[in-house]
Design a protein around this ligand. Structure first.
Ligand code: AMP
Ligand code: MN
Ligand code: MN
Length: 323
């Protein structure tokens, strides 16, 4: 069922124990939205529990309240309501799914155009460039107080998902939301330093490696970078180090799409793709391989080996670009 802000607020009002979670390999939109929503629920006196498959990873320890996010319990729990945020398909909740008892009402609040409307209540707004923006609009609609800690989480969500207010989808509502958050107490330079100028040296080493080994295809219209498990071991990088490396490939003049292939221990390959123009729909390409996302930023997990995934995906992407 399609939800409104009012129907979501009503579902929250009639529930007491409420779970909140987001997708595997969380980004700041996933965790920031989870934390802000859980903080709001707690301010209402709810028994709010926030989860992520990975808990709160060190990269996001700058988010105030990150310690609220726990790894999910192994056995199913009873919730009056469970809220999935920034999650396009149910199985992207990962191991969190095992913690939700069957029959639990599920609310799905998201901004992915490929969202599968898997909730009992679905609020999906693909015109929002971040789930954090939807939550700002939700809190303003319901008259909820946005504390400075909630504001920092929501600002981080919006800033990172929009590439610092640059990407398609960034519009006047985005700046209105950001402006409101600043009025609620966000320290923009301090938060930006934590988000963008505090990368571990490990990640710098990975970036250097990526720039040295990047490949160009399709008449230099596609740039790609592969990360085999062997290199992960050599550089001792962790999954969170990968985020954003792909943007350096897309930033090259003439490159219209960038792809990052990451070999995963379980035999799959995580593909991350970005396009530079709305006319090149990488979500469409990822969907061929069972993935999804947004038209200009999408991903998929594809059965390996790495070289075959690379070949097949680049071929499909070249077709999309040439058409
Ligand atoms: P990423 O490249 O991992 O930063 O993801 C880009 C966008 O695609 C995000 O909005 C993700 O939620 C979405 N996405 C990534 N991987 C998948 C997947 N396997 N299935 C569906 N959506 C995905
Ligand atoms: Mn996300
Ligand atoms: Mn998002």
């Amino acid at each position: 069922m399609s939800a409104t802000f009012d129907s979501i607020a009503a579902a929250v009002a009639s529930a007491h124990t409420i779970g909140v979670a987001s997708h595997i390999r969380p980004d700041a939109d996933a965790l920031g939205s989870t934390i802000a929503f859980a903080m709001w629920l707690r301010s209402l006196g709810k028994d709010a529990r926030a989860f992520n498959e990975e808990g709160s990873t060190p990269k996001f320890h700058y988010l105030p309240g990150h310690e609220l996010v726990a790894t999910p319990p192994a056995a199913p729990q009873k919730f009056d309501l469970f809220v999935a945020l920034d999650t396009s398909v149910k199985n992207r909740l990962g191991t969190v799914l095992g913690a939700i008892a069957p029959g639990t009402p599920l609310a799905n609040i998201d901004h992915h155009v490929s969202n599968e409307q898997f909730g009992d209540l679905n609020f999906v707004d693909p015109t929002a460039p971040a789930t954090g923006q939807i939550l700002v609009e939700f809190f303003r609609h319901t008259g909820a107080e946005i504390t400075p800690a909630m504001a920092a989480n929501l600002f981080a969500a919006i800033s990172t998902d929009t590439g610092s207010f640059q990407y398609a989808g960034t519009n006047e509502r985005t700046f209105a939301a950001a402006s409101h958050l600043i009025s609620c107490g966000v320290d923009v330079p301090g938060l930006s330093r934590a988000m963008y100028d505090s990368q571990p040296r490990r990640r710098f080493n990975l970036l250097r490696h990526a720039l040295n080994t990047a490949e160009f295809h399709c008449g230099d219209r596609i740039a790609s970078f592969s990360l085999p498990l062997e290199t992960v071991r050599e550089l001792q990088v962790v999954p969170e180090d990968n985020e954003g490396i792909i943007d350096h490939l897309r930033s090259v003049e003439g490159v219209e799409a960038a792809v990052f292939f990451e070999e995963l221990p379980e035999g799959k390959v995580r593909v991350s793709s970005r396009s530079k123009f709305p006319s090149i729909d990488v979500c469409k390409v990822c969907k061929i391989f069972g993935g999804g996302g947004h038209p200009m930023a999408a991903g998929a997990r594809i059965n390996g080996p790495l070289q075959k995934v690379k070949h097949d995906f680049l071929q499909a992407l070249a077709n999309e670009i040439r058409n």
